[in-house]
Write a protein that binds this ligand. Structure first.
Ligand code: SF4
Length: 343
């Protein structure tokens, strides 16, 4: 069986492979547990997955059970090949979201997002209602992992980390009180930040906030939910608050968002650089255009790094120069993260 982002979004694509089952949207852990239970009991494949019956595929009759907050799993770090993992982020010109030269512990804090951007597959896969690991469990997990391996920063992996401000204040209190002291980063939207919150996060060890800025060009707002209609003034105020709190502002910028122009992209990137932020560009990708009968290279081109073959805009080369610019400024945020011995 397969599970994961593509299985969830385009389950029928996998019917061409020699598989017994494919997990669609929902929590894959529940579907996998259903399947294992059925196999152990000698029963047919469960109705929570796409399954092969005879020569035909049958779609799920229901979605797998959503895990409760206190059931959300946290990774076993001993299963992760960190020597290789570290290399993913070693070169910051590759523009991923990890921090170069420092080891990352990822904590999957939450699933689901109510912001519901049309270009994002998270609400469809994880739900629009957010679920969050309880704070005491997050703290004890980080503390235990920090004793297991020399992690140098923590990535609080939540679609919109500051969705509930009270939760973030409580988390910051608990993290400080724990004495763990490892710097951390998170992702959210500008709409879900304010000066007081940013100050609190900085005091509790936050060193980078990534935000889905997407564009400062008003013509692109029609393609974005209201929460992402960002005025440049608000963006600059948030940047000032981050600077004062010692936090790097990492801005996701979409190239080719409907309604926007190359000039608008260039202007958005210039504005981020003016405030000393980091730019993380990606190419607009409409996952709803994927079809189950597409060939593998076409499906693979829906990756936010490429325009679809045959559908490149006239000025694709200019966009690619921005996306893969080897001379783009690189982050210096690792310099504020103390090193830990790996021996
Ligand atoms: S705010 Fe972020 S996680 Fe939520 S739907 Fe939009 S892009 Fe996805």
């Amino acid at each position: 069986m397969t599970f994961g982002r593509l299985s969830a979004h385009l389950s029928e694509f996998f019917r061409r492979f020699d598989l017994d089952a494919v997990v669609g949207p929902g929590d894959p852990e529940s579907a996998i547990a259903d399947l294992v239970r059925a196999q152990l009991a000698g029963e047919p494949l469960p109705d929570t997955v796409w399954r092969r019956e005879g020569g035909d595929w049958r779609p799920p009759d229901r979605t797998p059970r959503l895990l409760r907050d206190d059931e959300l799993p946290l990774p076993d770090v001993t299963e992760i090949p960190y020597e290789a993992y570290d290399l993913l982020y070693a070169d910051d010109t590759a523009r991923f979201c990890g921090i170069p030269k420092r080891r990352e512990l990822v904590v999957p804090v939450a699933r689901g997002c109510p912001v519901n951007c049309a270009f994002c597959e998270i609400p469809g896969r994880e739900g629009k209602a957010e679920r969050r690991v309880p704070i005491p469990r997050i703290i004890s997990y980080i503390s235990e992992m920090a004793d297991t391996m020399p992690f140098e920063y923590v990535s609080m992996y939540a679609p919109t980390f500051t969705l509930r401000k009270r939760w973030v204040h409580e988390f910051c209190d608990a993290y400080e009180a724990s004495g763990i002291g490892i710097p951390w980063k998170c992702t959210t939207t500008l709409h879900h930040l304010d000066e007081e919150l940013i100050r609190r996060m900085g005091a509790a060890g936050c060193i980078r906030i990534s935000v889905g800025l997407e564009t400062l060009e008003p013509a692109g707002h029609a393609a974005l939910p209201r929460a992402k209609h960002v005025a440049e003034q608000r963006f600059r105020e948030t940047a000032d608050a981050c600077r004062a709190a010692g936090i790097e502002l990492n801005c996701f910028v979409i190239l080719g968002l409907p309604g926007t122009s190359f000039a608008g992209v260039a202007r958005t990137i210039e504005a981020v650089r003016e405030i000393g932020g980091r730019v993380r560009p990606t190419i607009y990708t409409d996952f709803d255009d994927m079809r189950a009968d597409m060939d593998e290279p076409t499906v693979a081109s829906f990756n936010r790094q490429l325009f679809r073959p045959g559908e490149e805009p006239e000025d694709a080369a200019r966009y690619y120069r921005v996306l893969f610019d080897p001379d783009a400024p690189v982050t210096a945020v690792h310099e504020v993260i103390p090193r830990r011995s790996r021996s």
